[in-house]
Design a binder for this molecule. Structure first.
Ligand code: PAF
Length: 283
C-alpha cells in the first residue's frame, strides 16, 4: 500500500495501471474510518484490480457554523485499517493541494438538494459535488462506492454523473449497523452514554414504518407521524426532520408507491444523526 499526497503523482501512477488494463475502484472518504467505510473498501476490493481510498476533509461542504475544525481526524488509525483491507493507494492531499487558489469554477447542484439534509445546509451539496468531481477527475475510477446512509448524497452524485456524462459507475452500498441497529457513523463518538443507549430508536422507528408500509399504509403523513411519535417518546434528541420522498428524484409524493426513501435526522447534544431506508412498493 502506498500513500500519495500529490495529485500529479496519483494521476500518473493510476494512468500507468490503467494502461496495463487494470480496473480502478474508488472509495472517497473524509477519514476517521469505521466499519461502514470498510464495507465499501471490501466491496471495491472484490470488484476491481486496484482500490484507491481518498481521505480529505473537504472544507467546501461545511457551513460556517458546522464542525469542520472538530471533525474527527486520525490518519494513523485510517492507514492501519486501509492496510488491513488491502487498499492499494491512499490519496491523502492537503487543503492546499486540493484548493491552491480561490476557485474559478465549481459545481452547482440544482435538484435533489432542497430537502432532507440539504435544506438547512446551504451550499453543502455544491461542496460535495465540486470535490467529488475533482476527485473523479484525479482518480478516473471505473467504479466509485458510496454508503446509502447518505441517501441524498448518493442521489445527488448519481444525478451529477448522469448530467455531466462522467464514465463512472456509482455503486451504492447498504448502511452498516451496530448490533443494536444504530447506523455506523464517525459522529457516533460525540454521543453521551445515555444518548448512545437511545440512538437505536431511530432505526427501530424506520423498521416500524417499513412494517406499516408493507402492511398497506399508503399515507406519507401517517408514517411520518408514527416515526415522530416513537422518536419523541424514546429519546432525548430533537427531531430535525422526518421526511418521505420518491427516490432518487427526492420529490414529494402523495401516496406511497414506487421507490421511496424514508429519512430521519435527530439532534442530540453534540451529534446530529441521520438514517434512512429505501423501499420499493409495487404500484
Ligand atoms: O461522504 C463523505 O465522506 C463526503 O461527503 C465525500 C463524498 C467524501 C466528499 O467529501
Amino acid at each position: 500500500m502506498k500513500t500519495i499526497t500529490s495529485i500529479r503523482e496519483l494521476q500518473s501512477t493510476l494512468q500507468s495501471e490503467k494502461l496495463k488494463g487494470k480496473t480502478i475502484g474508488f472509495v472517497p472518504t473524509m477519514g476517521y474510518l469505521h466499519e461502514g467505510h470498510l464495507s465499501l473498501l471490501q466491496k471495491a476490493r472484490t470488484e476491481n484490480d486496484i482500490v484507491v481510498l481518498s481521505i480529505f476533509v473537504n472544507p467546501l461542504q461545511f457551513g460556517p457554523n458546522e464542525d469542520f475544525d472538530s471533525y474527527p481526524r486520525d490518519y494513523q488509525h485510517d492507514e492501519n485499517l486501509a492496510k488491513d483491507n488491502s487498499v492499494d493507494f491512499i490519496f491523502y492531499p492537503t487543503k492546499e493541494e486540493m484548493y491552491p487558489n480561490e476557485l474559478t469554477a465549481s459545481v452547482v447542484v440544482h435538484k435533489r438538494i432542497n430537502v432532507l439534509c440539504g435544506r438547512k445546509r446551504e451550499g453543502h451539496f455544491d461542496g460535495v459535488a465540486t470535490v467529488v468531481t475533482k476527485l473523479f477527475n484525479i482518480v478516473m475510477p471505473h467504479r466509485a462506492y458510496f454508503g446509502m446512509k447518505d441517501a441524498q448524497q448518493v442521489a445527488v452524485i448519481e444525478g451529477l454523473i448522469k448530467d455531466l456524462n462522467m464514465p463512472i459507475t456509482i455503486v451504492p452500498c447498504e448502511t452498516v449497523r451496530e448490533n443494536d441497529g444504530l447506523a455506523k457513523s464517525s459522529r457516533n463518538v460525540y454521543l453521551s452514554e445515555k444518548e448512545r443507549d437511545e440512538a437505536p430508536t431511530i432505526y427501530q422507528s424506520l423498521q416500524m414504518a417499513k412494517s406499516e408500509i408493507l402492511e398497506g399504509e399508503t399515507s406519507p403523513l401517517t408514517i411520518i407521524h408514527s416515526i415522530t411519535e416513537h422518536i419523541t417518546k424514546f429519546t432525548s434528541g430533537t427531531i430535525d426532520y422526518v421526511e418521505i420522498y420518491s427516490y432518487p428524484e427526492l420529490k414529494l409524493i402523495e401516496k406511497l408507491r414506487g421507490r421511496i426513501v424514508v429519512a430521519v435526522a435527530v439532534k442530540f447534544s453534540k451529534a446530529r444523526l441521520i438514517d434512512n431506508i429505501t423501499l420499493t412498493i409495487p404500484e
